[in-house]
Design a protein around this ligand. Structure first.
Ligand SMILES: NCCCC[C@H](N)C(=O)NCC(=O)O
Length: 432
């Protein structure tokens, strides 16, 4: 049975329908996961008020999802390489749904706090599973753009967690919103079990493109060792820390206070600049995917992003910038740099045996998550330790932020050095 250009039109249509069904369901769960990750920004206040808990307890509540998700990246990568996307994502979807419903119905904060932990656990396999599924269902030459669109759709979930959710909260309780999200996750999970197939072959179609079998490292520990022994995986890991990790750390926390404390902007005015960075990031995901597919190369795009990060962070730390065009350019530069993940994930997938791809992608994803988890507090410690600030309550000034901004600058410079060593994969897998 042929599904390429020479295959009968009906067969091609069936193949495309099967691919669209699988991909759409995985994307839906991915967007739900992104929603959950960003939901604390909007829902922390009503949830805190409902349970009468402190800001610190709420911080722990929000961090639960993040840390469980990060720790699980490599284990779920191994599980996906072993059991396939459908099984791991279906189990994950069920756990996500249970965690969300638990939060919606929680009688007290102790039970509610278990919700984000379960959600972090449940959603941890979706992204890596989706990347692996994309690698199986789409031609290699389109992997960049497919990854870019994947990231873009995930980001729609985070957008829904902000403004639209705040609007929903004016009409509905947070419990009813989480109830609906939990039921939605449950329904999507059932559909994943019924509709998703791990490969075109499993769906009754031959592979999209015939790919010569790559040497497959058998067994979990072999796959992990092969991912951890790959120079390409580590070079990309550190390059992504310098771009995506620094950008997420900044846009998720310090990007707004920098403008507020440094230039006296209101919260709303300051967050317009982080929004610009996020929009450039979201669009950059798709555009860089298209660009690197068209070029047939990943490395130049990876390098431009690393250079963009160094320029952006150096500008923030040393140039005489201020709100207005100079700030827009700097926020856009670091946003664009963050979109490096798209060609970077492609370069990792293309240099790894398909049977170990999810494990290697999981390793790289950990880097981006760990970076923001570490950079955010370190940035804060540098601000707290600022010289000549005897009163703990006084706000840091621009000069203090410039010191802290040296952290992302150093990481991005190290990332650029690593990016220089990344091997070009020419849009093709390791077996070509
Ligand atoms: N602190 C967030 C890091 C993001 C890492 C990466 N760019 C990403 O978005 N991964 C998608 C995922 O959900 O794992």
């Amino acid at each position: 049975m042929r599904t390429g250009e020479s295959a009968p039109a009906e067969l091609r249509r069936g193949f495309r329908r099967a691919r669209a069904g699988s991909t759409a369901l995985l994307l839906a769960l991915f967007a739900i996961g992104f929603f959950q990750r960003f939901a604390p920004a909007t829902f922390a206040e009503p949830i805190g008020a409902a349970f009468g808990v402190s800001a610190a307890q709420l911080g722990l509540f929000a961090a639960g999802n993040f840390w469980v998700y990060t720790v699980m990246q490599v284990p779920v990568g191994l599980l996906i390489d072993r059991y396939g996307t459908r099984m791991v994502v279906a189990v994950g979807g069920a756990v996500t749904s249970a965690g969300t419903l638990l939060l919606a119905a929680a009688p007290g904060f102790g039970v509610a706090a278990a919700g984000p932990l379960l959600v972090g656990l449940g959603t941890s396999g979706i992204f890596v599973g989706l990347l692996k599924s994309n690698a199986t269902w789409f031609p290699e030459r389109h992997y960049g753009v497919v990854t870019g669109v994947t990231m873009f759709v995930g980001n729609l979930g985070s957008i829904f967690a902000e403004g639209p959710s705040a609007l929903l909260l004016t009409a509905f309780t947070w419990r009813s919103i989480f109830l609906v999200v939990g039921l939605l996750a449950a329904a999507t999970t059932v559909l994943v079990l019924v509709v998703v197939r791990d490969s075109p072959e499993e769906a009754g179609y031959p592979d999209v493109l015939p790919r010569p079998a790559a040497p497959a490292p058998a067994g979990g520990s072999r796959r992990l060792r092969s991912a951890l022994a790959s120079r390409q995986v580590w070079l990309v890991f550190f390059a992504v820390i310098g771009t995506n990790g620094t950008f997420y750390a900044f846009s998720g926390l310090w990007g707004v206070p920098l403008l507020r404390d440094g230039f006296g902007l209101s919260n709303a005015a300051a967050s317009a600049y982080t929004t610009i960075g996020l929009v450039v990031y979201g669009c950059g995901n798709v555009l860089l995917g298209v660009l690197s597919d068209r070029l047939g190369r990943r490395r130049p795009v990876i390098l431009v992003c690393s250079a963009s990060a160094v320029l952006g962070w150096a500008g923030f730390a040393f140039l005489p910038w201020s709100p207005g065009w100079s700030a827009v350019v700097l926020y856009a530069l670091v946003g664009l740099a963050g979109a490096q993940v798209v060609p970077a994930f492609a370069a990792v997938k293309e240099s790894t045996a398909p049977s170990a791809a999810a494990t290697a992608l999981g390793v790289v994803n950990v880097g981006a998550f760990l970076a923001s988890g570490v950079i955010q507090p370190v940035f804060g410690w540098i601000l707290d330790a600022r010289p000549g600030s005897p009163e703990a309550s006084s706000h840091p000034v621009l000069a203090d932020y410039r010191w802290a901004l040296i952290v992302p600058l150093v990481l991005s410079a190290a990332g650029l050095c690593c990016a220089l060593g990344v091997r070009e994969t020419f849009r093709r897998g390791p077996d070509h």
